[in-house]
Design a protein around this ligand. Sequence first.
Ligand code: NZQ
Ligand code: ZN
Length: 396
Amino acid sequence: MIEDFTYYTPTKVVFGRGAENKTGELVAVLGCKKTLLHYGGGSAERTGLLGRIRESLREAGVSFVELGGVVPNPRLSLVNEGIELCRREGVDFILAVGGGSVIDSAKAIAYGAADEERGDVWDFYARIRVPRACLPVGSVLTIAAAGSEMSCSSVITDEATGTKRGYGNDLCRPKFAVMNPELTMTLPAYQTACGCVDILMHTMERWFGGGGRMELTDGIAAALMRTVIRNAKILVSEPENYDARAEVMWAGSLSHNGLTGCGTDGGDWATHQLEHEIGALFDVAHGAGLAAVWGSWARYVYKENPARFAQFATEVMGLQPAATDEETALAGIAAMEDFYRELKMPVTIRELGIEPTGAQLKEMAEKCAAKFEGGAAGTMKKLSAEDMERIFRAAM
Ligand code: NZQ
Ligand code: ZN
């Protein structure tokens, strides 16, 4: 059955070589008075990208202030610093130069700075209040991964309590996304691979939902996933292959802007929820955390819908059907794990280089379940805290 859906993608995409030099114009036409230039821990400065962005803003007559220092799994403390800065300086536009972490931090600052109640921005992530406004955000993307450049969500970590929370609202969808695939050529191989895993997972989460499917969406989703797999393998040996970078970058945006979820129930998302708990406690790279738990999640739930897993095995992983859907399903899961290994991604939690204790696995499962009404995550199979703990243990 095809579920009803709303598809909303207001983000203007400027894609290609040298696209970053158009950033100033893109901000200027929005008519904002002062911009916050927000960035990460140093890569954008080192590569000269920030210099070109400053130049582009100055040329377009855009005045700006700066706040760098966003870390992966972006932190609430810097978000609060950004909100203060925006209020003090009268900032009315936020330009994120970086990856998902910088864009997510920018979105959180944008909610906080536009909040007339001047309350705690964490309230939105903790579902205590709903934002009524958000400053406009734009981005210059430097890593293909999270899809935040076109998505409605942002994920922030309150480092004081070790809590990582995502929040989705159309208000924060970026006004524009500048995407030059060349900018991603300076990424370490590990980050490129993490990005490819995350891109795949955003469509896999939607593919493995609890109901609702559409032939057209399945076709788009399968093509997207096959494209990412093929080009991720190319990038292992040819990190400067422009076309492979471009395929992956565009796939990253389409994988999380809603397109591959049209007609579905919205997706399962349990693997993401499980990863967010690992990321909150151990600060691992998001994509690597997903690779470490996905196989264990899949083996735990595939019996709910072996035919859907079998379809994944044949249409995405390119396998021949086995005697039964169950066998095909398991072969498809193993094939995806082999692909992760080819990218040097972990397929267990230990391979992330961490060693959570039994008590920590239990704590992560309980924290994860507590985020949901009724204490259950996922739609392919509703997972209780006990289920999640079993998955974490299987993933060790
Ligand atoms: O800080 P710098 O020095 O820039 O280094 C970054 C960072 O260490 C580096 N990097 C980025 N572009 C580079 C580069 N290094 C060299 N050359 C470049 N061109 O890469 C590292 C990772 O960056 P980050 O922004 O953290 O990566 P990603 O885009 O994977 O974002 C991860 C965050 O996004 C969240 C994750 O949970 C995680 O916190 N997610 C956000 C989503 C959303 N908003 O829709 C959805 C996702 O599912 C995800 O949860
Ligand atoms: Zn993700």
